[in-house]
Design a binder for this molecule. Structure first.
Ligand code: FES
Ligand code: MG
Length: 581
């Protein structure tokens, strides 16, 4: 029995001797729970994104079992419940399309049910932000347990990384440098254990963000999925969440402005995914922290990337954990006075710095010294100009330094299908200096803002040995991808943004040093071109089909606002709703 001094939220269901208490308790008892199992104990929701259609999260029933053991041991009553599982690998048009849907599922499941706190089981890219967004809107005591990354992929005796190897090998097949047989063999070796992508893609990035934000126990981000220490961490998280109920340690005490500033700095140090820009904004919006795109410049730029992981570097998440994991990175940043807020509170009740001040670091090749980084400036480059009035982003550590200041002529694709039909046309007027521009791939235009921004290069240029070109779009790109790729152009073409006005042959200027993205035509000409046609026509047709897609297109915010739905922004709390009978 708990010795709680705070009234339990769950007592509003289970604590009364009337008709309502009878109903809530009696139906729960059909699962075989004796009275003392849940009477007066903190009820801990285990919010599970398990699904066999989300392979990265397919081992989560077992993770949940270990969380339960920890909850029971600490005197709580665990209840596992499913929420929409938006897996990256299977879901079309993109898992991002359902991130907000999943967040609504989480929010309403928490508020409407007898839970005092929640453990979020997350793994695949969008599951982490979706669950944190929903939980932030409710603001109960909350702890994140990630499923952990897959073991290193193996191919022809070498390590291969999730996603990154797909982009590399598919370009090599196109350029005629490897056989289809080798390509297929790599497919078999890439994903050889339970877990999420083992590169520093979006899943690993968001797991690191959850840890840097203070919402998980130390080391949550990097312990491999199949390492027994992953299950120990799940057990300990189960212990801890019960204590958090007694302490009243709600999510908003952890998700402060300071926590987000730490996370932005950490994203630069780990060479994290550009998707983090959108997701952190959305989570911040839910909890009520005013995060701006320019905060990424202010806090992130100038921070060296010291984690040498693919896609920017060499290693994979297994090596990252064995080298010391995120605590070692935090310690290294902190010792160099580069961790903005050491005193930020974390879910274990200690400060971020207290957790990592003595963290061991075992391998300087994987977690490099600050004076010998993988990339001098790992921050996200925020770009603005007449082509992106509300901003765009580029990941310097994945880009070619010589292309980060570039002037070239546009080759324009109206959408992803147009790109696919046109890119390998031998007659296409394109050379290595051209700038590939794609539009109608943003939040409303795709819809869902798919990860198609890292457009593959024209086969004829690949054959000539060209490995990178400047690419610009209103899309996102996979965290496992690389290249000099300008993403998240806001507003998007389908929302009337200036990408809609670009024509083949226009000169475009990119300058990451000063954060500039400029279409070299006069303001008058730009306005005239935009007035000429209706860029929103395509998405309006899609929206008129009804269903969730209609809701999505009508309410999704632009990339600089985190692509949340306008009506979901904010913290609504978890006041107990009216009785159902
Ligand atoms: Fe699920 Fe990469 S596809 S983590
Ligand atoms: Mg991904």
């Amino acid at each position: 029995m708990s010795d709680n001094k705070r009234p339990l939220r769950s007592a509003e269901w289970f604590g009364s001797a009337d008709k309502n208490g009878f109903m809530y308790r009696s139906w729960m008892k059909n699962q075989g729970f004796p009275d003392h199992a849940f009477q007066g104990r903190p009820v801990i929701g285990i919010c599970n994104t398990w699904s066999e259609l989300t392979p990265c999260n397919a081992h989560f029933r077992k993770v949940a079992d270990h969380v339960k053991q920890g909850v029971i041991e600490a005197g709580g009553f665990p209840v596992e419940f499913p929420v929409f599982s938006n897996g990256e690998s299977n879901l079309r048009p993109t898992a991002m399309f359902t991130r907000n849907l999943a967040s609504m599922d989480v929010e309403e499941s928490l508020r409407g049910n007898p839970v005092d706190a929640v453990v979020l089981l997350v793994g695949c890219d969008k599951t982490t932000p979706a669950l944190l967004m929903g939980a932030a809107s409710c603001d109960l005591p909350t702890i994140v347990v990630s499923g952990g990354p897959m073991l290193n992929g193996k191919h022809q005796g070498k390590d291969i990384g999730s996603g990154t190897v797909v982009w590399k090998l598919s370009e090599q097949v196109k350029a005629g440098r490897i056989s289809m047989h080798d390509f297929m063999a790599a497919e078999a070796g890439m994903s050889r254990s339970a877990g999420s992508c083992n590169t520093m893609g979006t899943a690993s990035t968001m797991a690191c963000m959850a840890e840097a934000l203070g919402t998980s126990l130390p080391h949550n981000a990097a312990i491999p999925a199949v390492d027994s220490r992953r299950y120990v961490l799940a057990h300990l998280s189960g212990n801890r969440i019960v204590e958090m109920v007694h302490e009243g340690l709600i999510l908003s005490k952890v998700l402060t402005r300071e926590a987000f500033e730490n996370a932005i700095r950490v994203n630069a140090a780990i060479g994290g995914s550009t998707n983090a820009v959108v997701h952190l904004k959305a989570i911040a919006g839910r909890i009520g922290v005013d995060l701006q795109l320019d905060d990424w410049t202010r806090i992130g730029r100038g921070t060296p990337t010291i984690v040498d992981l693919q896609p920017s570097g060499r290693f994979l998440m297994e090596e990252f954990y064995y080298a010391g994991g995120l605590p070692a990175v935090l310690r290294r940043l902190g010792e160099a006075e580069r961790l903005p807020h050491r005193e930020a509170l974390t879910v274990n009740g200690k400060t971020l710095w207290k957790n990592v001040a003595d963290a061991p670091l075992y391998n300087d090749a994987v977690i490099r010294p600050l004076d010998n980084p993988l990339c001098d400036d790992g921050g996200i480059s925020v770009l603005r100009g007449n082509l992106a009035p509300r901003g765009a982003v580029l990941k310097p550590s994945a880009a070619s330094p010589e292309l980060m200041k570039h002037r070239g002529r546009a080759v324009v694709f109206d959408n992803f299908d147009h790109y696919k039909t046109r890119i390998n046309d031998p007659e296409l007027d394109v050379d290595a200096n051209s700038v590939l521009v794609m539009r109608n791939c943003g939040p409303k235009g795709y819809p869902g803002m798919a990860e198609v921004g890292n457009m593959g290069l024209p086969a004829k240029l690949l054959e000539q040995g060209v490995t990178d070109m400047v690419r610009i779009s209103d899309a996102r790109m996979s965290g496992t991808a690389y290249g000099t790729v300008v993403l998240h152009v806001a507003p998007e073409a389908a929302a009337g943004g200036p990408l809609a006005a670009v024509r083949d042959g226009d000169w475009i200027e990119l300058d990451c040093d000063v954060g500039k993205l400029h279409l070299d035509i006069s303001d008058a000409k730009l306005a005239a071109r935009l007035a000429e046609h209706d860029p929103t026509a395509a998405s309006r047709t899609l929206a008129s089909d009804g269903g969730y897609r209609q809701l999505y297109i009508q309410h999704v915010l632009q990339a600089d606002e985190g692509c949340d739905f306008d009506f979901l922004v904010g913290r609504r709390g978890a006041d107990v709703p009216a009785h159902s009978h």
